[in-house]
Design a protein around this ligand. Structure first.
Ligand SMILES: [Zn+2]
Length: 242
């Protein structure tokens, strides 16, 4: 393993902001000098930006080939807005993102390989049951000024936790901040405040709110800075129903 392999292996971690602080600084310093890593990281960031519009996710663990073959030759997800992941994946949004990204690359290779072999086996049918796990992904695009971004929710329906990814949010306009909401049967329930700006997506994991009744969806608004209680008062950027 050369010194550079470390950077190659950690591009995804850097792009998703999950490196330790000093590792992140090391990576940053390397980016100044390495065009290849700059290009790859920017490619990853671009991939993440378009994640919601991407292909069904694939994960690099045993069964990957079969699952991808299913995607290539079998039933495609019926909608780009919702698709299914094994529940184990939902435990880690990062794993899902990393797997999706790795899967995209493997998909290209496997596509030609599999097409040449013209494999379509009934054995693939069981892979779909794996993908019909407990999690699903919801997404919506958003726009602030000229900037486009998106909100992706990885909902684990067995643990009732969500991994939420917000990407492409510019810094909040002066006097405002971004606020995540649960749309509940009894009204809007305040979730996390979301930082804007920065080139990396914001990710957080949240349980369901303790009050407000059944969770029916989620929203992202741009709230006046002084609004820290009560219903939303600002502009709605995302309104997403389950
Ligand atoms: Zn490099």
């Amino acid at each position: 393993m050369t010194a550079h392999d470390w950077f190659i292996e950690h591009r995804m971690d850097y792009a998703t902001g999950t490196l330790e602080r000093d590792e992140g600084a090391t990576f940053e310093a390397h980016l100044d000098k390495c065009e290849e890593c700059r290009r790859e990281v920017s490619q990853i960031e671009q991939d993440l930006r378009w994640l919601p519009m991407g292909l069904p996710p694939a994960v690099p663990h045993p069964g990957l080939k079969r699952r991808i073959a299913q995607d290539v030759f079998g039933e495609r997800a019926p909608s780009f807005r919702r698709w299914l992941l094994p529940s184990a994946l939902a435990a880690s949004v990062l794993l899902a993102l990393g797997g999706w990204w790795a899967g995209q690359r493997k998909l290209a290779l496997l596509e030609s390989e599999m097409t040449a072999l013209r494999i379509r086996s009934a054995a693939l049918a069981d892979t779909l049951s794996v993908m019909r796990g407990a999690a699903r992904i919801l997404q919506a695009s958003l726009q602030v000024g000229d900037q486009r971004g998106g909100l992706v929710i990885f909902a684990d329906e067995s643990t009732h936790r969500w991994n939420v990814v917000v990407h492409g949010l510019p810094p909040a306009p002066a006097g405002t901040r971004y606020q995540f909401w649960f749309i509940c049967a009894d009204g809007m329930v305040r979730g996390s405040a979301i930082p804007g700006g920065g080139s990396l997506p914001t990710m957080f994991t949240t349980g369901m709110p303790p009050r407000g009744g059944a969770v029916l969806g989620a929203a992202l608004t741009m709230e006046p800075m002084d609004a820290d209680s009560g219903p939303p008062r600002g502009k709605t950027l995302v309104h997403l129903m389950l």
